[in-house]
Ligand binder design. Structure first.
Ligand code: PAF
Length: 275
C-alpha cells in the first residue's frame, strides 16, 4: 500500500527514517511521462517521494485550474507501492491564503509560457521552493517536456543555493510523436490528430538545421498546413540562457512550441544543434 501524507508534519516525521530521497513534484493526472520520472527517481535514492498538488498559485484568471483533472485514487493506482505520496490540501501549503512571498522568475519567466500565462512561473517556482523545503530531497526529478520550467528551476536552485541535484528526464511520447501531457485527455479525436503538428514542426526544424531562419521556416510550413492549430509561439532558444538565438548562431538549441488545439493549450520542445 502506498503511504499517503497530507500534512507537512507527518511527512517530515516519516522522512526522518527514509535515507536518501529522490523527489518527483507533480500536479497529479499521472501518465507514463510521470511514471518515467518515478522510475528514474527509484534509481537515484533510497526513497521516492511524489507530491500531488494542483498549485493554484501557478494558474492565472481564466486558466484551467477548475477543470484540471484531480483523481487521487487513479493516481495512487498507477504508482509503485513503495513510493511515498505527499498530497496536501491547499490550506496545508497556503494556510494564510495565497503566498505574499513569491519567487521571481525574472525576465525569462515573462517570455514564451510566461508571456501567455503571466505569473505562472513565479507561482510554479514558489511552490517548488516550498516543496523542496518541505521534502528536503537529495535529488529532484523533472521532465524535459516543460523545458522553460526546467531552465527556471535549475536557475533558482543555483541562485538560491538550494542543496538539491536537479535531474531531467527526456520527454515521453506516444508512438505517433505526441508528447504525453495531462491535458491531452481534453483533445477530441480530430484535435488529437491535429496536435501531432507540434512534434512534426519540431522534427522539421531539426531536419532543416542549417540556420535558425531555415529551421523556423520548415516548422511554420508544417504548422500552417494545420488550420485548427493556433500557434502561440515557435522559437529556437539557447539552452544556456533560454533566449532566442540569432540567425548566425550555431550550436545547441532547444526548439520550443506552444499552440492551442481547440480549447487545449499544448507545449512541446526538441533539442538539436544548429550547423
Ligand atoms: O510540472 C508540474 O506539474 C508543476 O509545474 C509542478 C512542478 C508540480 C509545480 O506545481
Amino acid at each position: 500500500m502506498t503511504e499517503v501524507f497530507e500534512t507537512i508534519a507527518s511527512l517530515r516525521l516519516r522522512l526522518e527514517t527514509a535515507g536518501t530521497v529522490a523527489f518527483v513534484p507533480t500536479m497529479g493526472a499521472l501518465h507514463d511521462g510521470h511514471l518515467a520520472l518515478v522510475r528514474r527517481a527509484e534509481g537515484l535514492a533510497d526513497t521516492v517521494v511524489v507530491s500531488i498538488f494542483v498549485n493554484p498559485l501557478q494558474f492565472g484568471a481564466g486558466e484551467d485550474l477548475e477543470r484540471y483533472p484531480r483523481d487521487l485514487d487513479a493516481d495512487l493506482a498507477v504508482l509503485p507501492d513503495e513510493v511515498i505520496v505527499f498530497a496536501p490540501p491547499v490550506d496545508e501549503l497556503y494556510p494564510d491564503g495565497e503566498s505574499e512571498t513569491l519567487i521571481s522568475s525574472g525576465t525569462v519567466g515573462s517570455t514564451f509560457e510566461g508571456a501567455s500565462r503571466p505569473g505562472h512561473f513565479d507561482g510554479m517556482l514558489t511552490v517548488v521552493a516550498k516543496l523542496l523545503n518541505i521534502v528536503r530531497p537529495d535529488v529532484v526529478v523533472f521532465g524535459q517536456k516543460d523545458a522553460q520550467q526546467v531552465f527556471l528551476v535549475k536557475r533558482m536552485v543555483r541562485d538560491l543555493n538550494i542543496p538539491v541535484v536537479v535531474d531531467v528526464v527526456e520527454t515521453v511520447r506516444n508512438a505517433d510523436g505526441l508528447a504525453l501531457s495531462s491535458r491531452n485527455r481534453f483533445l477530441g479525436d480530430d484535435e488529437r490528430v491535429a496536435a501531432l503538428a507540434l512534434s512534426r514542426a519540431l522534427a522539421a526544424a531539426a531536419a532543416s538545421s542549417a540556420s535558425r531562419h531555415e529551421a523556423l521556416l520548415a516548422s511554420h510550413e508544417v504548422l500552417n498546413d494545420e488550420s485548427t492549430v493556433g500557434v502561440d509561439y515557435i522559437e529556437l532558444v539557447d539552452p544556456a540562457t533560454f533566449e532566442p538565438v540569432g540567425d548566425r548562431y550555431s550550436g545547441p538549441v532547444t526548439a520550443i512550441v506552444a499552440a492551442r488545439v481547440g480549447t487545449t493549450r499544448l507545449i512541446d520542445n526538441r533539442q538539436f544543434d544548429l550547423a
